[in-house]
Design a protein around this ligand. Structure first.
Ligand SMILES: *[C@@H]1O[C@H](CO)[C@@H](O)[C@H](O)[C@H]1NC(C)=O
Ligand SMILES: *[C@@H]1O[C@H](CO)[C@@H](O)[C@H](O)[C@H]1NC(C)=O
Ligand SMILES: *[C@@H]1O[C@H](CO)[C@@H](O)[C@H](O)[C@H]1NC(C)=O
Ligand SMILES: *[C@@H]1O[C@H](CO)[C@@H](O)[C@H](O)[C@H]1NC(C)=O
Ligand SMILES: *[C@@H]1O[C@H](CO)[C@@H](O)[C@H](O)[C@H]1NC(C)=O
Length: 621
């Protein structure tokens, strides 16, 4: 890629700008309660998910827990799909609801969501308290009987149940209800269940435990390490480390890419767990595992839209063009990769590469995963990258169809509930409480920086426009602090204006710009990140490329026409269609005119993302 660097003359006198700082002091996140999305495309997604969270019948969600724990199901209607009473790992989705409700309370102060979460936890507590009558061991809590774990231990669990995967969701949901709502029942139920996990695993030899870990177990090490970080009780760290899956972690520690053929979303939570285990132990091997896994996945297993996997599996490193199928880019994987990215960036906040990836997956994969034409924020499981793919159309069990209110409850539906209720959580971060503020994403939002009694209001129509404005609102005396702004790698000739005056220094795409000055009420910072058209070639075939404008991956609109193979697009025919409100281009592909628009808005038509390309893009665009 070619980036022009421009050296600006120094204009502002009060202004001084440090070169992009390299620092190892960890950054920290703001509480969700300090962050608010403003109107825009992300806010619309959040609103639709919120509507579903308030609509869903809580009694139906409790059905499998109550039935399993020998309590009355209260005449509720059982759910279908992956929560049906005969589905092997039923009760996995409820933990996602708990997390999403808790986040809506934390972020929006939504009392309905808070009350749903605390009611649900109180009912789970009754289930857990009834274990003796149900014939279960103390602390057990699930929508399927404990005998499934006996079969797992004996190597005889062959019905497709991923028992610890489902249990992890319950643990994580309870932890979030405790953290965000402060509900002490959630903590009691959580520690009771974690105690059950400790008891189950403590008597097993390491060899035996490693055999058990061959069955997908979600984020068990992650949630247990988080409980340790919150409680400082060593017991949870010891239990977490029993879930270190050596066969997968060892090659990663050695930076060997052995991912080919592995079920992708089974692995990513192990890496997130490794970051928390690093934070818990200081053992650098865990950090190496997570960083190496991130590098491999992002650089050699990721499609142009930021998603990974085909048919849920990692393929060989760099195998991209060979796997443009209907079942690419499972939703969970990208949501978990965002979590991993955020955790790694917090430990290495000088490296903007993390948020280059984050922005890409957030905008180009996940924003369009949700159906904007439907009020409950339903999503697709995969995002098809085959020629003529279409969101909402695909294999019946969830390949491409939209999720539904009561008949799906897939993994990707659950993770999307979490994701769409914390969309604002990675826009701003800070370091040293009051000295440094990071702006990583360009999304309309407000930060309430309570320690400084200062608000930051970000106003933008990004990525439909290439500017974003930050306005400082404070009742306090002017104070000095540093604003660290991510200069995206895809821009050229970036400009920053402070109170309308050109800001000055080497603004280098793919780094942070640090603005240290004395900030006052009503100061404004305008960021201008010009966008241009470029291509993102498949790693394994440089003539198969996606077309990208600034941060936005474009796709061809084929209406209802089928495509049987990758169309050939003449790059020198791509031209911009003038429009204030949308991104639109035209080009000739297979000799026919085709309109190119933002892939995240590709709904209700057959699209094409990867093209066989000829010629070169015109430099003027
Ligand atoms: C953030 O949340 C934590 C835990 O809920 C709480 O202890 C802390 O006071 C909050 N901080 C701010 C600045 O709101
Ligand atoms: C609870 O278990 C007992 C003994 O197995 C059984 O008779 C009873 O019907 C169960 N009750 C419910 C509500 O499942
Ligand atoms: C650090 O963690 C790795 C991976 O689990 C382990 O093999 C190693 O023994 C640990 N090192 C120390 C010093 O505990
Ligand atoms: C790359 O893709 C082009 C266009 O489809 C094709 O002609 C060529 O054979 C491919 N090259 C490789 C190495 O697969
Ligand atoms: C493509 O569209 C342009 C502008 O509308 C038109 O002049 C041209 O004939 C079209 N080309 C083809 C191949 O349809």
């Amino acid at each position: 890629m070619l980036f022009k660097l421009r050296l600006y003359a120094i204009i502002g006198t009060l202004i001084s700008m440090a070169a992009c700082q390299s620092t190892t002091a960890p950054a920290s996140a703001f509480n969700l309660s300090s962050l608010t999305l403003q109107d825009g495309r992300f806010h619309e997604n959040q609103e639709r998910t919120l509507a579903y969270l308030k609509f869903i019948d809580v009694e139906s969600l409790l059905y499998v827990f109550r039935e399993t724990h020998n309590l009355s199901t209260q005449n509720a209607t059982p759910n279908g799909g992956w929560d049906a009473p005969d589905f092997p790992f039923r009760s996995h989705v409820q933990g996602h609801f708990l997390t999403a409700w808790a986040q809506c309370w934390a972020s929006l102060g939504d009392e309905t969501c808070r009350d749903r979460a605390t009611y649900f936890v109180a009912e789970l507590a009754k289930c857990q308290a009834n274990n003796e009558a149900a014939g279960f061991t103390e602390g057990y809590l699930s929508g399927f009987p404990e005998s499934e774990f006996t079969l797992l231990r004996e190597g005889r669990l062959q019905n497709g149940n991923v028992a610890f995967y489902a249990m992890h969701k319950t643990l994580a949901g309870l932890l979030d209800v405790w953290r965000y709502i402060g509900d002490s029942t959630a903590l009691d139920v959580l520690l009771g269940l974690a105690g059950w996990v400790d008891a189950y695993t403590s008597g097993l030899s390491e060899v035996h435990m490693q055999q058990i870990l061959q069955t997908e177990f979600g984020g068990m090490p992650d949630v247990l390490a988080e409980i340790y970080l919150d409680t400082k009780d060593e017991r949870w760290l010891v239990t977490a480390q029993r879930f270190d899956h050596h066969a997968v972690l060892k090659p990663l520690a050695e930076n060997v890419d052995d991912l080919n053929g592995l079920h992708a979303n089974t692995q990513v939570p192990k890496w997130i767990g490794a970051v928390h285990e690093y934070r818990a132990t200081g053992n650098k091997t865990y950090l190496d595992i997570a960083r190496n896994a991130w590098q491999m996945t992002v650089n050699t297993h990721t499609y142009a839209i930021g998603g990974n996997s085909q048919a849920e599996h990692f393929r060989a490193p760099n195998a991209i063009a060979g796997y443009l199928a209907a079942d690419t880019c499972e939703g969970c994987n990208s949501i978990n990769m965002l979590k991993l990215t955020r955790e790694l960036w917090l430990l290495d906040s000088a490296d903007s590469a993390y948020f280059e990836f984050y922005e890409n997956a957030l905008l180009n994969h996940l924003l369009g995963q949700q159906n904007p034409d439907e009020p409950h924020g339903h999503v697709t499981y995969f995002t098809s990258l085959n020629p003529g793919g279409r969101r909402g159309v695909g294999p019946a069990w969830g390949g491409g169809t939209w999720s539904t209110d009561y008949e799906s409850f897939w993994c990707c539906q659950g993770t999307a509930l979490e994701h769409n209720t914390r969309l604002v959580d990675s826009v701003y971060f800070r370091r040293d409480e009051t000295s440094t503020l990071y702006v990583n994403l360009f999304i309309p939002s407000v930060l309430d920086w309570t320690e400084k009694q200062t608000k930051i209001v970000q106003t933008t129509a990004f990525p439909l426009e290439d500017t974003t404005t930050l306005t400082i609102k404070t009742q306090q005396q002017p104070s000095e602090w540093t604003l660290q702004v991510r200069i995206p790698e895809w821009t050229f000739d970036p400009e920053i204006k402070v109170n309308g005056v050109d800001y000055t220094t080497l603004l280098q795409p793919g780094t942070y710009a640090a603005i240290t000055r004395t900030w006052s009420d009503r100061d404004t910072v305008q960021l201008h990140f010009p966008m241009r058209l470029y291509t993102r070639p498949a790693n394994d075939n440089s003539s198969i490329e996606a077309i990208v404008y600034g941060p936005t991956v474009l796709c061809g609109d084929y209406g209802d026409s089928a495509l049987s193979s990758t169309p050939t697009l003449a790059l020198d025919t791509v031209s911009r269609v003038e429009s204030d409100s949308t991104l639109a281009f035209t080009a000739l592909a297979n000799g026919q005119n085709v309109t190119l628009t933002a892939f995240y808005e590709a709904h209700d038509f057959n699209y094409n993302v990867y093209w066989a390309t000829t010629g070169e893009l015109s430099v003027e665009i």
